[in-house]
Structures are given as structure tokens and as C-alpha cells.
Write a protein that binds this ligand. Sequence first.
Ligand code: HEC
Ligand code: HEC
Length: 233
Amino acid sequence: MKKITFAFVLSLGSASLAAAAERPAQDIVHWTPTTWAEAQRDMPKGNAAAGKKLHSTMFCASCHGAKGESATNNWPSLAGQSIAYTYKQLLDYKSQVRNEDDRAHIMVVVAQMLSKQDMTDLAAFYADQTQPCPKGLPKPAPSLVTVGDPKRLITPCAACHGARGQGGVNETTALRGITRDYFIRTMEMFREGHRTNDTSKGMSQFAKPLTDQEIALLADYYACTPPEKAVTE
Ligand code: HEC
Ligand code: HEC
């Protein structure tokens, strides 16, 4: 991995922007459970110390915070995220299967510079960090989290993302401490069909039936879920 400057990132940005605009939609390959299982088998072992270095030399810290705890509500935090989820997102930006809007496009540009080893090193670093609770007292869980809505075929969020949003199997995202505006934006992207990188619509099917109000309530809840200790006490 060569050292880069921010100017280089930006200049690469305009080149990639042009390339991305030209990439025909049929060249973008969506995951199936089989191809994603293969990609996980193929994932190199991550080295958190190497990831920490990359996090600063590749300027990830300038947007995502010194330890992956984003300073703005609008951009995602990476701290405390599972290795498989972060690795998959970086692969997805690189292949452009995730490229839902201009903000995602920043990451499409950044990801072109990363090898699989870089991705898993970065992922190992973020997995070792803890996500601080950004604000206020925890809010009670909306019923969508704990019981879902059988009428609209919505499985409880907790069934996949964990009782306290700590994340689930494989790439099932940790939602605990997720930045509020980013949460709202990415849920809308799933709902409107602009974010389509989830394997076999494993996530977007649950975002589709949600109202704006429900998404806002869920955003408040996941921005600060109670620590796991509270569950066992
Ligand atoms: C110029 C700002 C900027 C830089 C530099 C940057 N990111 Fe991002 N990153 C973003 C934004 C904005 C998003 C949200 C994009 C979206 O909505 O899809 C994001 C999203 C992500 C996500 C997905 C998070 C999720 O919860 O799905 C990962 C992983 C990520 N970035 C890792 C990195 C890494 C690793 C680097 C350095 C190699 C990096 N980013 C550099 C702005 C940046
Ligand atoms: C059947 C399992 C399942 C259920 C139920 C589910 N999700 Fe997900 N969710 C996933 C998976 C898998 C992903 C990762 C998608 C990908 O590969 O990018 C995900 C991703 C997300 C993300 C993106 C996080 C990020 O950092 O970008 C959000 C937000 C989210 N889910 C919220 C919810 C909410 C809120 C509910 C309940 C209304 C819910 N999910 C129900 C499986 C599920």
C-alpha cells in the first residue's frame, strides 16, 4: 500500500467519478448467499495494528474519527462494527454494488485504493474499538425492534441485529450507537430501492413497509441503546 495525499484522493475522485458514471448497470453483480459465503471463505485474516496505521495514512480518520467514532451525525461510525460487515461494505463500494448516492460515492472512490488485505486489516481495527453512546438516556425500544409487525411481515429488528443492537451473525450490522442522520438516510435508501447491496434483499424487505415516523423512532433508539450489562442484571 503506497502512501497517499488528500489531493491524490481528490484527483482520483474525479477520475473514478467519470468511470463510475460510465459503468453499465448490468456489470454490477449482486450477492447471492453462495457468492457471499465464498467471499467470506476467501477473506484474509485481519491485522488490527496494520488497520490502525491505514486508518490514519488513508485519511479514514479525517471523516470517521480517530478511532472510528464519527464526529458528525450524518456520517457513519465504524467503531465496534463486526469484521464481516465492514469487509463486505468495503468490497461493495469497490465493486459499486453499493453506490446509492453522492455520499456513498465518496466511499466508492476511497475503496478503489484498498486491497482485500487492507479491507480486513481496517475491519479488524474497527472491531476492536468501542462505540460510545453519543447522547442522552437510552430510549425504550419501539415495538418494531422487539416484536416486529406480523401484519406487514416485518421480523423484529432484534432477531437479526441482536437484543441491544450489538450485531448478529456474519455481516448483520451492529446498530448500537449508529449515527442518527446516517441511520435515517440509509434506511430511506433501502426503502426506496437505492441501496441494494444486501444479500438476497435480506435487509431491504424490512425497510420497505416503514413510515418516516417509524424510521425516526428507530433512529432515536439505536443512537443510544442500553449497555449489554443492563440485560443480564
Ligand atoms: C471524505 C470523507 C470520507 C473518507 C476520507 C472516508 N470515508 Fe468512509 N464513509 C464516508 C461517508 C459519507 C459514508 C456513508 C456513505 C453512504 O451513505 O453510503 C462512509 C461509509 C463508510 C463505511 C460503511 C459504514 C456502514 O455503516 O455501512 C465504511 C466501512 C467506511 N466508510 C470505511 C472507510 C475507510 C476504511 C476509509 C479509509 C480507507 C474511509 N471510510 C474514508 C466518508 C468518508
Ligand atoms: C433477517 C435479518 C434482518 C432483519 C429482521 C433486519 N435486518 Fe437490518 N440488516 C440485516 C443485514 C444482513 C444487514 C447488512 C446488509 C448489507 O450487507 O449491507 C442489515 C443492515 C441494516 C442497516 C444498515 C447499517 C449500516 O451501518 O449501514 C440498518 C440501519 C438496519 N439493518 C436496520 C434494521 C432495522 C431498523 C430493522 C427492523 C425494522 C432491521 N434492520 C431488520 C439483516 C436484518
